[in-house]
Write a protein that binds this ligand. Sequence first.
Ligand code: ZN
Length: 321
Amino acid sequence: MPRLSTVTRRAALIGAGAIAATSTLPAVAKAPFGGPIRTTVRRFRLGAFEITTISDGLRNGGGLHPVFGGNTTAEEVAALVTANNLPPASSTFYFTPTVVNTGDQVVLFDTGNGARGRPDVGNTRARLADTGIAPEDVDVVVLTHMHPDHIGGMTEDGEAAFPNARYVTGAAEYDFWSADDRLSGPMQGNAQLVRANVVPFADRMTFVDPGQALVPGIEAVDARGHTPGHLAFHIESEGRRLMITADTANHFVVALQRPDWHLRFDADKEMAAQARRRVFGMIAADRIPFIGYHMPSPSIGFVEARGDGFVYVPETYQFNL
Ligand SMILES: [Zn+2]
């Protein structure tokens, strides 16, 4: 029986800890700390489809301003972040490719950062294999857009990372990044990566416009602004719907609650803000779930329209039913 008189009020409140703290038995159950464990995959059914989100990894950084909210003050951004129980001077960025297995085809949306980002990120291919989907099993690789964190995993050791896949992307996106005059100037680093990781697969690539289906049940949605040909995707099976929003919003608090705040990585900041309002306005009105590439893992949630923007509501058990 623990000697309760020696138990502090705080220890009593934490129950089992109180017993451990006052036990006179020798400690035989010590275990070394194993370090943080995080969610890396989430798999669920959507109608007849099976959907898996895969964490490519994560990166820690500093405060969000001025990368986010470049058209407002650091104080405004810090105040919103603090009001949402987030630290004002640090942040974590998530990278989340998605697999939609339609039963007929395995469709992978974006490929992660690839080897160039390891060890923090670049884990998509390995984690996909852990779920039972070998790289050879991927039938279609969709590139929502061609920023490095989405195309870095197209190759592995100079070879196709998904050797049996065909590729789908937006024509405007491909034309923009593959243009010769992009190879010098402010976008040359990204354009050179496109030249190395995307252009070699052009002969196996098809282009979709907003409104077009790439396989039955998966349709491209206009989300231009982040990049010139950035696409979201609407998924529907047996009446169940979901949006893959890619980089339409890049932070679950500031980009959704303040959709008009600028993001440094948005090529056309006003068009990107319009895309946020349009895409998340539809998601909120139709009450459908979405997967956002940079939402916190496992990156699935809902939004509610509130005030001048949207509030993120992470998925809980909606897909268990
Ligand atoms: Zn991104």
